[in-house]
Write a new protein. Structure first.
Length: 381
């Protein structure tokens, strides 16, 4: 079974593979390009001793979103989540479980990550890759960037029923890029099968040293960012039958991030101020901002959030505009603090890597930029 330090490094690599993309809270001038579409399927091993892997996913989620927002033009991001290698799962399915279909609901993704449990099992990389490619409803269109990331350190070719060659062929036929990350050392014999799968699929392969785990670096900007993030919550007007649940889950994921570290809470605040998070939600403020023809009176009374139901119909439009103005103010403040936080983190990372060890982002950033450019998505250095 993989050890904890390897797994932490492994998932961190997977997340940083994705992280060459998402907008900061500050508005950017339009590029004139069509907004990109990214479908991202993440496959995580939940076998025994994988707590480090899952912990890294929780810790890195909002940093990933913030990096994704830097892509030009800002993409629409849909994420799906699979877990595999857990004895609690159905044996007939190869101990593979779909945790979440493609969705833009990032709070939902966070909720599922925090619900993952580890237990010993058999890890079938071929099976989870096959299911992700076959069972998900991938977006159509030649301009969609379709990515699968599989992470682990057991041999990738130990599935008795699904060959690496077959998986690679399926990925190519769907115009999907399958990337593999082996958590261990380049000289390990287990690394060979991971490298081979990526090569067959036309994806990228990365080896991460088990000693290269990452910790959350606290900054002076974490607390004020988290506080602004809490204020930002008050500007959301979720509507529909699940509006109360969405509000509750937003608060729950705030709490989950805060329990991890001050850095995770700060990164989540930055994400909530960015367009990838906002566009994913059934939020009347965002809808009003994006559609000049939208009329709040067109929303059925039963679907209105409590904040609007308590107002007279003629006062609701004004309230939406007030919240929009407040949100823009908070976004600006978060954007400014977010840039300072990122500069602080870069400086600290440079100090900690002063002995010459290569940062994970540097190791995989070029690969991601290359893949994104094939679909017209520009990722700034």
């Amino acid at each position: 079974m993989p050890d904890l330090s390897r797994l932490t490094a492994c998932l961190l690599a997977a997340t940083l593979w994705c992280s060459a993309w998402a907008p900061d809270a500050g508005a950017r001038p339009p590029t004139g390009k069509k907004s990109g579409q990214i479908d991202l399927a993440i496959c995580l091993d939940t076998s025994n001793s994988m707590d480090g892997l899952i912990g890294s996913a929780k810790q890195q989620l909002w940093d990933i979103v913030n990096e994704l927002a830097k892509a030009e033009p800002a993409p629409t991001l849909r994420v799906a989540l699979y877990s595999y290698g857990n004895d609690d799962y159905v044996a007939k399915r190869g101990w593979v479980r779909k945790e979440m279909d493609f969705s833009t609901d990032l709070d939902g993704l966070s909720e599922r990550l925090f619900g993952l449990k580890t237990r010993g099992g058999t890890e079938y990389v071929g099976r989870v890759s096959r299911d992700a490619l076959a069972d998900l409803e991938w977006s159509s269109g030649s301009d969609v960037l379709k990515l699968v990331f599989v992470c682990g350190n057991e041999p990738a070719d130990q599935d008795p029923d699904v060959s690496l060659k077959k998986i690679a062929s399926t990925a190519k036929s769907q115009d999907a890029i399958l990337n593999t990350i082996y958590c261990g050392n380049a000289g390990d014999k287990e690394a060979t099968s991971w490298r081979h799968l990526a090569s067959l699929a036309g994806g990228r392969f990365s080896v991460i040293d088990q000693e290269r785990g990452q910790v959350s670096i606290p900054t002076p900007y974490d607390k004020p960012l988290a506080e602004l993030g809490e204020k930002l919550n008050d500007t959301f007007l979720f509507h529909g039958r699940d509006s109360a649940k969405k509000t509750e889950n937003q608060l729950a994921q705030d709490a989950n991030a805060a329990k991890l570290s001050s850095g995770a809470a700060a990164a989540r605040a930055q994400s909530k101020a960015g367009s990838i998070y906002r566009s994913a939600l059934d939020d009347l403020v965002e809808r009003s901002d994006k559609d000049s023809n939208f009329d709040i009176a067109s929303v059925p009374e039963a679907d209105l959030p409590a904040k609007l139901k308590e107002l007279r119909p003629e006062a609701r439009k004004a309230r939406v505009h007030e919240l929009s103005a407040e949100r823009k103010k908070l976004q600006k403040e978060i954007g400014e603090l977010g840039k300072k936080r990122e500069a602080y983190l870069r400086a600290e990372a440079k100090k900690r890597n002063a002995k010459g060890s290569k940062a994970l982002g540097e190791a995989v950033g070029g690969m991601l930029r290359e893949q994104a450019k094939t679909k017209g998505i520009d990722i700034p250095e």
